[in-house]
Ligand binder design. Structure first.
Ligand code: IMP
Ligand code: MG
Length: 184
């Protein structure tokens, strides 16, 4: 018997099942493997939201790839970014000569990614591209060019598969819309 997930009562609607996410990640991994065949790929994961995606994505890439991590904090309410982004943990690898692919969980206003892009560009890598699992295009305030997208989603607050609310729900294996009763 399948056991009911203890956190399911906080989820208004399941948007992507584990199986759907796996298919999405596999597709993106294949695209990256094809595009970066003759390049010097360094995957840069933005902590903490992208760790689950990163862990699966790197295994769906079948060419040489290096990984590194970076953590930012943004001063905000927990549900959206203020735009003031600070580096909390920097990369270990010197970016010169690498083809960087930034791996993010979700693109919302675009402030976090555009700030990260600026920092990474200033370190003179060979190239920089962006990969995000989810994209909420309706919410964009800053224009960002994303090269790989898992799925576009409506303007809803989602959790699971790495995505949090108040640092919780990251461990949900699927992605769902958080029930507003949790935060209102
Ligand atoms: P942006 O700077 O507004 O694009 O915000 C991106 C960051 O906001 C993501 O890395 C997430 O940490 C957070 N975020 C935005 N939308 C959601 C959501 O629906 N669920 C969980 N986190 C979100
Ligand atoms: Mg977050």
């Amino acid at each position: 018997m399948v056991q009911k997930h203890e956190l399911i009562d906080d989820i208004a609607e399941v948007l992507f099942t584990e199986k759907q996410i796996a298919a999405m990640v596999e597709r993106v991994g294949q695209e990256i493997s094809r595009d970066y065949k003759d390049k010097n790929l360094l995957l840069v994961s933005v902590l903490k939201g992208s760790i689950v995606f990163m862990a699966d994505l790197m295994r769906s890439i079948n060419i040489h790839a290096r990984i590194d991590f970076m953590a930012t904090s943004s001063y905000g309410s927990g549900m959206k970014t203020s735009g003031v982004v600070k580096i909390v943990k920097d990369l270990d690898i010197d970016l010169e000569g690498y083809d960087i692919l930034i791996v993010e969980d979700i693109l919302d206003s675009g402030k976090t990614l555009s700030y990260l892009l600026e920092i990474i560009r200033s370190r003179n890598p060979k190239s920089i591209q962006l990969c995000t699992l989810f994209d909420k295009p309706e919410r964009r305030e800053v224009d960002v060019d994303v090269n790989y997208i898992g799925a576009k989603i409506p303007d809803e607050f989602i959790v699971g598969y790495g995505l949090d609310f108040d640092e919780k729900y990251r461990n949900l294996p699927f992605v769902g819309i958080l029930d507003p009763k949790v935060y209102s």
